[in-house]
Design a protein around this ligand. Structure first.
Ligand code: ATP
Ligand code: SF4
Length: 257
């Protein structure tokens, strides 16, 4: 049930492993730090990593008269989370479903979860453009979706990959909020120097060529991978990553008004 949700933001990526779930989680946690009520929906049925990233593995979702009750990360209920991972006994149990079953599960996630009043719902999608994406788009037709953020990495900064995502958004009528380049440079844990292992400025160039907004470039920072449920902006406030997450979320808030 999305009636009480003010803003919906999709997180897309052309390929797996670019840090899309990490970015979705940190966007959600940063919004909470800024005083928003947030939902995070993991529709990656084959690789649901949100329960792990938020240290919510083993938590149960249950049915109420209003629908499925999401898992909350804190007593104040500022972050509500729903993932297929909560319905699996073991994180390593992959969901091997055919299209129609996947489609019906994603549909249920969008229609049967009792999100309540939310300022933002962040939807973490699987990599590429699959059945799950099409189902998400179809079910968002009647509600306002503010748009999509596309996550990529410097070594994968291939115009083709991002272009596929852009084409998908155009075909399905989803506005593109902007591009996030993740794993851009390496922050040394000893001295916090940032070294550009791959090319620099690729994300910005790609955004310019594709005529979309560059939201920010997040460096590789081993500490970011270990945050597990804690907001980077809170835990590592002076880190380059925290500055970029703040900047990204401010830009997202500006678009989604
Ligand atoms: N900026 C970063 N700095 C350090 N580690 C990162 C960063 N971003 C992501 N990671 C790490 O990279 C790995 C992949 O990240 P994540 O699971 O978020 O990717 P994904 O794109 O969602 O993958 P998939 O779509 O295949 O599930 C994780 O171990 C995560 O901790
Ligand atoms: S200064 Fe260079 S070599 Fe020394 S810890 Fe930092 S990144 Fe590593």
């Amino acid at each position: 049930m999305l009636e009480g949700v003010k803003h919906i933001i999709l997180v897309l990526s052309g390929k797996g492993g670019v840090g899309k779930s990490t970015v979705s989680t940190q966007i959600a946690l940063t919004l909470v730090e800024k005083g928003c009520k947030v939902g995070l929906l993991d529709v990656d049925l084959c690789g649901p990593s949100i329960p792990y990233l938020l240290q919510l593995e083993g938590k149960d979702v249950h049915q109420s008269d209003e629908g499925w009750v999401p898992v909350y990360t804190d007593e104040k209920q500022n972050l509500a989370v729903m993932s297929i991972g909560f319905l699996l006994n073991n994180r390593n149990n992959a969901v091997v479903w055919r299209g129609p079953k996947k489609t019906s599960m994603v549909k249920q996630f969008l229609t049967d979860v009792s999100w309540g009043e939310l300022d933002y719902l962040i939807i973490d999608t699987p990599p590429g453009t699959s059945d799950e994406h099409i189902t998400v788009m179809e079910n968002l037709k009647n509600v306002k979706c503010d748009g999509a953020v596309i996550v990529t990495t410097p070594q994968l900064v291939s115009i083709e990959d991002v272009r596929k995502e852009i084409t998908f958004c155009k075909k399905t009528g989803i506005p593109i909020i902007g591009l996030i380049e993740n794993m851009s440079g390496f922050v040394c844990p000893s001295c916090t120097n940032c070294t550009n292992i791959f090319s620099k400025g690729g994300g910005e160039t790609l955004a310019t060529i594709s005529n979309i907004k560059h939201l920010g470039s997040i460096p590789i920072d081993p500490r970011v991978g270990q945050l597990l449920g804690r907001a980077c902006v809170n835990e590592l406030p002076d880190s380059p990553s925290a500055k970029v997450f703040n900047q990204i979320v401010d830009k997202v808030i500006q678009v989604a008004v």
